[in-house]
Design a protein around this ligand. Structure first.
Ligand code: ATP
Ligand code: MG
Length: 505
């Protein structure tokens, strides 16, 4: 048997060299025996793979979670007390109750308290319409077109009051209260209904928990308490339909999985990769809000990895994702992960973070790439190319994520300063360090070094030292810069004095 017929995987076989008859027989026997073993291994592993697929598919095709008769958990059987709620939320509940309406605390606040987490906000649901709610509260403002809500404002705290949602009567582009797109996305969701219907319209089973002030019981419509115990994020209803109705639910699944340290149930996870591109139908302003929730909640690094794994990051930051995919060194992904890790650390230490910094980092590699293209293809000078590339990447990003101008201005400042950090001669270092965004730009330089840009190490060390010095120390540092680093002093041009017109007379 010639070696060329062996599959490359069979190259563990010794070369076929034999000298005598018995030796030749042993070799042939040995060859056949190894091939037999290899085939057996392949068959067994294929069988395992098939079984795993079957189990995975059956999990992914598990019957959808539905809302049934609610399980009532009386006060004596749960550990939620009114003291854990915001007093303003309690006020709203009682005012609605006294006004003759049903009112419940719902969703995240109940889920979080059950998990021992401090709720971020308190959401109330009632059978009063937004207009009826407004009549009860002087401090109420109605918001939203797609999803009409009442905000009850108590200084800096806002209690969101939603009217119970009902089911839609199919697609109708002219319906003023309910409207969906050709993709099945709900464009307007103002059909009011019963509490049972409202529970069905909630996203995950862990979010369909209602707390009543009538008897302090919890109403669990979709086995949410069981899902909390099993640490499972599962969509209510058919996952594909629910994602089509509102693709942002894919981002919410990731956010809750990391925030609550839970697993996304296989059936809830399965359609995400395929439906990820539906995020392109979400208004850019809403996507900006959602990215802030993902990146400024102390779990940004985990969210980043999970978004990438599930094909969602690509929808949010397509140019950056392509650069990361094509990178051999992995530097770009390390930089982004490091930026998110630093952001998480700052948030968990109650330090300030700004979306300007996060967006400066997220668009940094697309900016460098574009700038390089402009220099190479259009022979633009470095500074011009960089300035034009900034406009380009910000405009491209705004097509799908609307970052408010105050943050894009901040990102521009951070980028500009990167270009000027090595020009330190004369008064330059001092002037640069006095700029409002200098600290953020310096942190950005440290981030570049931390994630592997070793060429910038010396510059970063110099600035670290400089910032520790008093004014005299700083002057000394500038004086002792090598002459080429200090940069040439700017030449001042003097206008030639105008010649006086000669009088020939
Ligand atoms: P957190 O406030 O910690 O982000 P949350 O669950 O309270 O979590 P909110 O955005 O405050 O999230 O929404 C309140 C409730 O409204 C949710 O618990 C959920 O029941 C419902 N909800 C929010 N967004 C959606 C959505 N896109 N689809 C269906 N239900 C939703
Ligand atoms: Mg909430």
């Amino acid at each position: 048997m010639s070696e060329q017929y062996l599959s490359p995987k069979l190259n563990f076989l010794p070369p076929l060299v034999y000298h005598s008859e018995p030796c030749r027989f042993t070799y042939v026997f040995y060859y056949f025996w190894r091939i037999h073993c290899f085939r057996r291994q392949v068959i067994i592993s294929k069988l395992f793979k098939f079984c795993r697929q079957l189990v995975g598919q059956s999990e992914a095709k598990a019957a959808p979670v539905t809302c049934t008769e609610p399980k009532l958990i009386p006060r004596s059987e749960h550990n939620i007390s009114r003291k854990q709620f915001s007093p303003n939320a309690i006020k709203v509940l009682y005012r609605l109750k006294d006004g003759g309406y049903d009112a419940y605390l719902v969703g995240g606040c109940i889920r979080d308290i059950l998990l021992g987490i401090e709720p971020k906000d308190f959401d109330v649901v009632t059978n009063a319409t937004p207009e009826q709610v407004k009549k009860l509260f002087r401090n109420c403002r109605l918001i939203g077109r797609r999803f009409r809500l009442a905000h009850i404002v108590f200084g800096r705290e806002i209690i969101e009051v939603a009217t119970m949602r009902g089911h839609h009567q199919g697609q109708d582009s002219k319906n003023p209260i309910s409207q969906s797109s050709e993709h099945g996305q709900l464009l307007r969701d103002n059909v009011y209904g019963t509490i049972e219907e409202d529970a069905e319209r909630r996203d995950f089973s862990i979010n369909a928990l209602y707390y009543s002030v009538n008897d302090f019981s919890i109403h669990d419509f979709a086995n949410g308490i069981k899902a909390i115990k099993e640490r499972k994020i599962e969509l209510i209803g058919d996952p594909e339909t629910r994602y089509r109705e509102d693709p942002v639910r894919m981002l919410r699944a990731v956010r809750f999985a990391t925030k609550l340290d839970m697993q996304i149930a296989p059936a809830t996870k399965a359609p995400i990769k395929e439906l990820a591109d539906l995020l392109s139908n979400i208004p850019p302003a809403r996507l900006f809000e959602e990215t802030l929730k993902l990146f400024l909640n102390g779990k940004a690094e985990q969210n980043y990895h999970m978004l990438r794994e599930m094909g969602l990051f690509k929808q949010l930051f397509p140019t950056l994702d392509a650069i990361i995919e094509q990178s051999d060194s992995g530097f770009e992904s390390r930089f982004i992960a490091q930026m998110f890790a630093n952001t998480d650390q700052r948030i968990n230490a109650d330090k300030k973070v700004t979306p300007a910094f996060v967006y400066a980092a997220l668009l940094w590699f697309p900016l460098l790439k574009r700038s390089e293209q402009l220099q190479q293809q259009e022979q633009m000078p470095v500074f011009d190319a960089f300035a034009q590339a900034m406009n380009h990447v910000l405009a491209e990003n705004s097509q799908h994520i609307a970052v408010p101008k105050r943050f894009t201005l901040g990102a521009r400042d951070i980028w500009h300063i990167q270009m000027r950090l090595d020009k330190r001669g004369g008064q330059r270092a001092y002037r640069l360090s006095q700029q409002p965004r200098f600290k953020a730009a310096y942190d950005f330089l440290l981030l570049r070094v931390e994630s592997g840009e070793n060429e910038q190490q010396e510059l970063a060390d110099w600035w670290t030292d400089y910032l520790k010095q008093d004014i005299n120390g700083q002057k000394e540092m500038v004086k002792s810069l090598p002459s080429q680093e200090a940069g040439k002093p700017r030449r001042r041009y003097r206008r030639k004095p105008k010649k006086k017109p000669q009088n020939n007379d």
